[in-house]
Design a protein around this ligand. Structure first.
Ligand code: S3P
Length: 172
């Protein structure tokens, strides 16, 4: 794990709205690494937003793009990579990303996440009438999956503090 930690990619995982992109960008900056957001990578490749991709091509198509992106990015090294909230639910993706990287879980309190997501409309999975209840049950079922995939975990509500804690763990 030391080699993967020193030279491989650092993959941030966690629930939607946990701060993967914000903390990832900050972490990349302080480690002098390149930052890649998996969703943005897919949006550029497909030439449309995640919302449009879900609407026009369906979730299954998006999930295939996600695995393809994991395959492409796992061939690179020295990246800080923000995964999507659903990326690690597919064992193939986790396997690909772990081969050349360490997986870090951003464990953000549910209350902070719910607050951030309440007025957000960029996540197609959450565009439904029972949003609040659905979000909570999704959080409960997904958290154990993230936990079992992660090499290390940071518990923090603020993205900047999370990035600092991660840096300390990674350079220890
Ligand atoms: C998803 C999370 C989103 C995005 C897509 C699906 C999920 O990423 O990949 O909307 O299944 O949890 P974020 O975690 O960056 O919101």
């Amino acid at each position: 794990q030391t080699m993967r930690r020193r030279f491989g990619n650092v993959i941030l995982c966690g629930f939607m709205g946990c701060g993967k992109s914000t903390a990832g960008r900050l972490l990349a900056q302080s480690l002098g690494r390149e930052f890649v957001d998996l969703d943005t990578f897919i949006e550029r490749k497909e030439g449309m937003s995640i919302s449009d991709l879900f609407r026009e091509k369906g979730e299954a198509y998006f999930r295939r793009c996600e695995t393809e992106a994991c395959r492409t990015l796992s061939r690179r090294s020295g990246l800080v990579l923000a995964a999507g909230g659903g990326t690690l639910l597919h064992p193939e993706n986790t396997r690909l990303l772990r081969e050349t990287g360490v997986i870090a879980l951003l464990h953000t309190p549910y209350e902070s996440i719910a607050q951030r997501l309440s007025g957000d409309h960029s996540r197609p999975l959450l565009e439904r009438a029972d949003k609040a209840a659905f979000m909570r049950s999704l959080y409960e079922t997904r958290m154990p999956v993230y936990q079992s995939a992660a090499d290390l975990t940071v518990q923090e509500a603020q993205s900047d503090a999370a990035a600092q804690k991660l840096q300390a763990l990674l350079t220890a």
